[in-house]
Design a protein around this ligand. Sequence first.
Ligand SMILES: [Zn+2]
Length: 386
Amino acid sequence: MVAMRTLLTAARYLGPAGIVSQPWFLLEGATLVAAGSRGSAQAPAADRRLAFPDSTLAPAFFDVHLHGAAGHDVMEATPEALGAISRFLAGHGVGSFLATTVTASIDDTLRALSRLAQLQRQQQPGAQPLGIHLEGPFLSHAKRGVHRPELLQPAERTLFDRFWQAAEGTIRLLTLAPELPGAVELAAHATALGVRVSLGHSNADAETTQRAIRAGASSATHTFNAMRALDHREPGILGTVLSDQALFAELICDGVHVHPDLVRLWWRAKGPQRSILITDAMRATGMPDGTYTLAGQTVQVAHGRATADGVLAGSVLTLDRALTNFLRFTGATLDQAIPLLTTNPATMTGLHTAAPQPGSPADFTVLAPDGTLQATLLRGALVEPS
Ligand SMILES: [Zn+2]
């Protein structure tokens, strides 16, 4: 049986190589098989046409920092939880994500990692988890946020190796406080395994941050949040994150975690190739205001804020809203902004999902000129915004 051929067209396509005007993409079933532009090649015949004549196509978004959504947390690590999260994300432009843990007991973490390793081998109904972002337990007590203090651990390679084995080598990103004893060595060890190291939940000074960069650290976790504040004589980790182009830098662009003025500062400092928009979303995302849990703690959600005892506890942000917020806060163009949710997280993690290629799943977002999500196309299936 021959798979249905779909021709996807739009006003423009913004991929890693830049802008293509009047693009066409030919899909066979779930797979992209050919691409071109109507200026240079005749669009092929197809059984079905998906035409978005006023829209911009972009690769589906990639969220490298997501704890949960739709009432579920990735650490539940059940097919139901992961399925609900994946379906929810598909309605918000997300094609792939890193299932992000929070600090839990060692046993609970090991259990979640091994179940996530199994679940990731199965096709999810929407966005695909591409691996695990281990956020905790190697974090600073001073900047732990809502991570429980009694469960934080020294940065020990032997413990990391147990996590690595439980996760069957699917840990792709490790958030680490570089000032912990052993952290610089652990950064080098994880980097040698192919894990990307992201500095965060940290009270480090600039010199320690530089040592971690030399050991291989390549990104910063939710810049400004759970991070030593800037001091103009001792710039600390934040000064290094903002000034050193060796580091990518995540940002939670909900207007709650970081003031719009400092979103502009971050954007000017990090620029189009090092900025990464994330959600840090927790299970209340997409759910009504009320009482939820994160990291074993009670979280109150009201008016777009999730807090535990007054401390911000993850977000209820979605990446499609992060994009429109970013455009509004900074005045950046859509063309400047799209790499922050596509190419940059793909480059940072080394997972080559920045854009659909012939032979790969046909995963796209369809965006209005103002950045509003109009549809997500995942493996050739159209998902309406939710
Ligand atoms: Zn965090």
